[in-house]
Design a protein around this ligand. Sequence first.
Ligand code: AMP
Length: 283
Amino acid sequence: MRIILLGPPGSGKGTQAQRLIHRYGIVQLSTGEMLRAAVAAQTPVGLKAKDIMAGGGLVPDEIVIGIISDRLDQPDAARGFILDGFPRTVPQAEALDELLRKKRLKLDAVIELRVNESALLQRVESRVAEMRSRGEEVRVDDTAEVLVRRLASYRAMTEPLIHYYSERRKLLTVDGMMTIEHVTHEIDRILQAIGAVEPKTDSKAAKKPAAKVASRKSKSAKKPSNGARKAVRGGSRAPKKAIGKKAAKKGAARAAAPARKRAAAGARKAAKKAPKKAGKRRA
Ligand code: AMP
């Protein structure tokens, strides 16, 4: 699974990314974290990025694109990844498209966490007030003033990506104002609907329909799909018998793909509508 999490600061991207990496065994690629590590290690990239980051500006594209490209080549990214904090601008999104094309990787979805900005500000304000009343130190970047600046930068630089990915039919919007649990559940639901992940269930009964598809579509089980054939070509170490079974299984799974695609179209529509309604309720 390869996804981008999009949303303004405070929308819960980091929290949801953590939940996704545990659930699906994929990695989180956060340019902010990678840059902070580079600054701490005083690498050439870190030295270039240090002052820009301190001033809250954007690090030049060639630097962030370079670190993302290198990171995508590492073995732990092969199972899938969540991009967090990248791309941040349309030119970065275009560069990412090019990178993925060259690496022959396909993006499954861009998940936008839509939030109510005034509610975000209220949250920060009350958190800061509570911390001060307890005599705790408030982080310099965790104030309403800083949030206002970061939200403005998000609107100007990053929000155009919503249109970019919506045009490419990749955008799925989730109401980020729901509880953390609900947002996670909603993300899971839409990822399943578009076929990016398999439904998580252990019950035998729930597995039955898949078996039915396999027997009804016995053709696909005998004649593996393109994807399965590729897997056979790539899997030179696996014994032939195992490859046959694997390919049959994949073929059967792919037989369900058209239904998934229809579900995906529905999910995209539903996901687009849902947050608006929820937003109205909360406004
Ligand atoms: P973040 O942790 O995502 O808020 O990022 C922290 C800082 O790293 C940002 O304020 C930028 O200075 C820099 N940064 C992170 N990601 C990017 C990016 N995609 N493009 C440019 N600068 C970035």
